[in-house]
Design a protein around this ligand. Structure first.
Ligand code: BES
Ligand code: MN
Ligand code: MN
Length: 457
């Protein structure tokens, strides 16, 4: 380990420079205008894997390419399947960034850029720890297979096909993903559960085209009014989702889990203050951590329709659209929830309007056995690098591949987040603490050593 530790210290600055190069590439998977950049990011990641000592190649999909690499010379030792994503969320609203999203800037120990923590910076820690082992020691204590994809932020729609096609080649004992967060500054975490998601879009259509609201208002049903009414019907005044059957399959929290959440040192006033809200809100009868990690939600993510420009304009819009996501918990089924939402909205559309409904993507929630020996290995590695033992948490975000790994490859995932929830992921001024980047890289290097000692079940 000493050779590896020394290598990490000696090359720390170059790691940051290489991360900056990756952060300069605007790999926005959702926006087809950035197709070229997205591919360029894949190529850069592939080169990084090769210079780390892995064999690596670009795998084409119907969408953005997957980068696949491996090093399989550790004989009988366990095999770790590392996953990350090189694509990023759109950087809007651009005006809110202090420095431009694709011009990485280091201020006060943080690197600021879109993708800094989600997931370029976090994913990079594993590539660099692998490089450190293979360059300084000449081998890794475990076998590694690495998948870095470019469509996580749009639902990983083409990844499942790759996983099912290459099931045999991708066999592993445990998957490792750093794409979550620490519990709080100074409190690293192992995440044993994530929520699932289903992402939909609902458009209410009315008249053939926008109409003068004086001539026609009062005589035709307004699609924007209707959409607002439909959205209002999603929740009751206790924060419960009103879609029929929404809670039917929900796994209730066990008393032991609720106690575990309650014991965590959660700074609720600080959490609230950071968000700039005067009060927190959600489903009554549940704590904030319960609501975020283990209760399902239904949220509007974007809303449009009618005139959005400056000044007034008097029209009845022809259509109005809402982007809606539901966060899911075990054992809700994404397709079932989408169908219930669609039916609920359609049943409340008045005559004179029609509903158009699209489901973009979905994945189920995931909970990992917190007593697994792999968790102990990760705990020891994190303790070594961060100086404190991690806490066990669940989180509210979603990573579609985690469920696919279990279903297709029968492999469970270690979710080891090095970032913070306050690092502005998906928001303006996304950042990653450089000390966390380096600690994460060290923890990763120790993880390979620790995993080598885990006996297969
Ligand atoms: N890295 C996030 C997920 C995440 C962040 C989990 C923080 C836990 C804590 C990931 O890139 C992400 O944003 N996922 C999407 C889901 C996807 C299907 C669009 C999400 O959760 O919105
Ligand atoms: Mn991510
Ligand atoms: Mn993300």
């Amino acid at each position: 380990m000493q050779l590896v530790e020394q290598y990490l210290r000696d090359h720390a600055d170059r790691f940051v420079e290489e991360l900056k190069t990756l952060l300069r590439i605007a790999s926005i998977s959702a926006d087809s205008r950035f197709r070229g950049e997205t591919r360029q990011a894949a190529e850069f990641v592939c080169c990084q894997m090769q210079s780390a000592g892995l064999t690596a190649e670009l795998v084409e999909t119907a969408g953005h390419p997957i980068v696949y690499g491996e090093w399989l010379h550790a004989g009988d030792a366990p095999t770790a399947l590392i996953y990350g994503h090189y694509d990023v969320q759109p950087p809007d609203p651009l005006a809110d960034w202090v420095t431009p999203p694709f011009a990485p800037d280091v201020r006060d120990g943080y690197i600021y850029a879109r993708g800094a923590t989600d997931d370029k910076g976090q994913m990079f820690t594993h590539l660099k720890s692998v490089e450190a082992w293979l360059t300084s020691v000449g081998r890794l204590p475990v076998n590694v297979k690495v998948i870095i994809e470019g469509e996580e932020e749009v639902g990983s729609n083409h990844l499942e096909q790759f996983l099912t096609q290459h099931k045999a080649r991708l066999q592993a004992d445990v998957a490792v993903i750093s794409d979550t967060s620490q519990f709080a500054p100074g409190i690293p975490a192992i995440t044993y559960g994530l929520r699932g998601i289903v992402a939909c879009e609902a458009t209410v259509r009315g008249p053939r085209q926008d109409l003068h609201s004086g001539i026609f208002g009062g005589a035709v049903v307004n699609p924007a009014n209707t959409l607002a009414r439909l959205i209002g019907l999603l929740h009751d005044d206790r924060g419960r989702v009103q879609i029929p059957g929404f809670y039917d399959d929900v796994a209730e929290l066990t008393p032991i889990e609720r106690e575990g959440f309650a014991k965590l040192p959660f700074d609720e006033p600080g959490f609230q203050e950071n968000l700039g809200v005067a009060a927190l809100g959600g489903e009554q009868g549940y704590s904030t951590l319960e609501r975020r990690w283990a209760r399902p939600t239904c949220d509007v993510n974007g809303l449009g329709g009618g005139y959005q420009g400056e000044g007034p304009k008097t029209i009845i819009p022809a259509a109005a659209t809402a982007k809606i996501t539901c966060r899911l918990v075990p054992h809700q089924v994404p397709e079932t929830i989408a169908a219930s939402l669609k039916a609920y909205l359609a049943s409340h559309c008045p005559a004179g309007t029609t509903l158009e409904f699209t489901t973009w993507h979905g994945c189920p929630a995931f909970v990992f056995d917190p007593t697994s020996p792999f968790i102990n290995a990760a705990r020891a590695a994190i303790h070594e690098a961060f100086g404190v033992a991690p806490v066990l948490i669940r989180e509210g975000g979603s990573i579609p591949v985690v469920a696919t790994f279990r279903e297709q490859l029968r492999v469970d995932t270690l979710l080891l987040g090095w970032g913070q929830n306050t690092d502005n992921l998906h928001s303006p001024n996304e950042r990653f603490c450089l000390a966390d980047f380096h600690r994460g890289t060290r923890a990763s290097a120790h993880l390979w050593q620790q995993l080598a000692g885990v006996r297969r079940a």
